[in-house]
Design a protein around this ligand. Structure first.
Ligand code: ATP
Ligand code: MG
Length: 372
C-alpha cells in the first residue's frame, strides 16, 4: 500500500520525518497515524476534511470513537493495533456533518520500534463518490437550465419584433438586391427562434407513465436513425429476457434518439480514420444489472441501454461538461441533445453514463425497474 510505504520511510529517520509526513497531505484518502494506545498522533488534510475537524482537534483523540466503529471493529481494534491480526480491512460508515458516509478502512500495524503503532487509511466508497457526483451534476444542470429558460423567455419577445419588422421592411423594399439582407435577418431570426423554443420548452411536468418493452423503444430509434442516416451498419444485441419497464415512452424515446443521433452524426460527419478502415457501426445493446447505485437510490434491478459507435470519439475538451446545455462539438449543433436526454433519464430515477475513445464511444442509459 502506498501509505504504508510512505510511513515506513517517515519513521526511519528524523530528518525525513517532517518531509514524508507532509507528503500524506497530497493524498485524497484520509490517513491517521496512531500511537500504541490508539490515539491520533497525526492526521492528514483529507482526514481533517473527512472528520470535519482541524488537525489540532483530532490530535490526541482516541481513533476508535471517532470512527464510530461497529461491534466487529471494536472487537478487533486493540488486537489489530498490537499487530496481532496483520492488516485489518473493514467497511463502515462515519458521520460527516450529520451524514452517514460509507467508507473502507485499512489498518496497517507498523513494526515495533517505529514512531507510530499503526496507520489507518480511510477511503470513501467509490460508489458513494459516484453517487455524490451524479447528485451534484443533477443540481448543476437544473440550475443551468433554469438560467437558460429565463434567458430564452427574455429573448423571445424582441426576436418576434425583429422578425416582424424585417418582414415589413421586406415588403416595402423596391430594390430586390436589398431583399437579400432582409431575408438574412428573417432566416437568422428563425434559427434563433428555433433554439429559443428548444431552450424554453417545458421539460418538467408529470410523466405519462405506461408499461412497455424497452426493445420497442430501441427499435423505434433504430428505424428513425436508419431512415435519417445512410451507410451505417446498425446492429442490435438485445437481452430478450428483460421485463417490461414503466416510464414515459415519449421522453425516453427522445432521450435515446438524441444519443443515437449523436452517434450517427459522429459516424457520418467525420472521415473514417479512427476506424482503421472499418465500416461505420452503431450498436444498440440492452442488458439487465442488479444492485446499481443511481443518483437517488440503490436499485435492485436496472435496465441498461447502450449506444455504441466506432466513430472518432467525444472531443476531449468537451468531456467535463458534456451534459451541460449549449456544449457542442459540431458546427451545426445546439448542444441541447445530451442535456435533455440526461434530464429525461433522471426524471425516471436513472442516469446517463458514457465513456469514449477514438474508435469506441459508449453511452449508457441506466433505468431502475422500480422508480422513486
Ligand atoms: N457518440 C459520440 N461520438 C462523438 N462525439 C459525441 C458523441 N455523442 C456526443 N458527442 C459530442 O457531444 C456534443 C454534445 O452533444 P449534444 O447532443 O448535447 O449536442 P449536439 O449534438 O451538438 O446538438 P443537438 O443535439 O442539440 O442538435 C456533440 O456536439 C459531440 O461533439
Ligand atoms: Mg445531439
Amino acid at each position: 500500500m502506498q501509505c504504508a510505504a510512505l510511513c515506513g520511510a517517515a519513521a526511519s529517520g528524523n530528518r525525513k520525518h517532517a518531509m514524508d509526513v507532509s507528503a500524506y497531505d497530497l493524498l485524497s484518502t484520509a490517513v491517521l497515524l496512531l500511537d500504541a494506545e490508539g490515539r491520533i498522533d497525526y492526521a492528514n488534510t483529507a482526514a481533517e476534511e473527512l472528520f470535519g475537524g482541524s488537525r489540532r482537534m483530532l490530535l490526541g483523540q482516541l481513533a476508535l470513537p471517532l470512527l464510530g466503529g461497529d461491534d466487529a471493529l471494536r472487537a478487533h481494534f486493540a488486537e489489530a493495533l498490537a499487530g496481532r491480526l496483520g492488516v485489518l480491512k473493514h467497511s463502515l460508515t462515519v458521520d460527516r456533518n450529520g451524514v452517514n458516509l460509507p467508507v473502507h478502512l485499512t489498518l496497517v500495524p507498523l513494526p515495533f520500534g517505529q514512531a507510530w503503532s499503526a496507520l489507518i487509511e480511510v477511503r470513501v466508497s467509490e460508489q458513494h463518490l459516484l453517487l455524490e457526483r451524479h447528485q451534484q451534476l443533477g443540481k448543476d444542470l437544473a440550475a443551468q437550465r433554469e438560467v437558460l429558460r429565463n434567458l430564452a423567455h427574455e429573448v423571445k419577445n424582441p426576436l418576434g419584433g425583429i422578425r416582424g419588422a424585417a418582414q415589413l421592411l421586406d415588403s416595402e423594399l423596391e430594390n430586390p438586391a436589398l431583399r437579400e439582407y432582409t431575408e438574412v435577418i428573417i432566416a437568422e431570426a428563425d434559427r434563433l427562434a428555433h433554439l429559443v423554443d428548444r431552450l424554453s420548452a417545458p421539460q418538467g411536468g408529470s410523466l405519462h407513465k405506461q408499461s412497455f418493452n424497452i426493445h420497442e423503444l430501441c427499435e423505434r430509434v433504430r428505424t428513425l436513425v436508419s431512415a435519417e442516416f445512410k451507410g451505417i451498419d446498425m446492429r442490435r444485441d438485445y437481452d430478450a429476457s428483460l421485463p417490461e419497464l414503466s416510464g414515459d415512452f415519449s421522453r425516453l424515446l427522445q432521450a435515446l434518439l438524441n444519443i443515437a443521433r449523436n452517434a450517427a452524426q459522429a459516424l457520418t460527419e467525420h472521415g473514417g480514420d479512427d476506424r482503421g478502415g472499418a465500416d461505420p457501426l452503431l450498436l444498440l445493446k440492452t442488458r439487465v444489472a442488479r444492485q446499481v447505485l443511481l443518483a437517488q437510490h440503490q436499485a435492485r434491478m436496472a435496465v441498461i441501454v447502450s449506444v455504441i459507435d466506432n466513430g472518432p470519439g467525444v472531443p476531449p475538451e468537451l468531456a467535463d461538461r458534456l451534459f451541460h446545455p449549449l456544449v457542442t462539438g459540431r458546427p451545426s449543433g445546439t448542444g441541447l441533445g445530451l442535456s435533455l436526454a440526461q434530464e429525461f433519464v433522471q426524471q425516471h430515477g436513472g442516469v446517463l453514463e458514457w465513456e469514449s475513445r477514438p474508435g469506441h464511444s459508449e453511452f449508457r442509459m441506466i433505468l431502475p425497474m422500480e422508480q422513486p
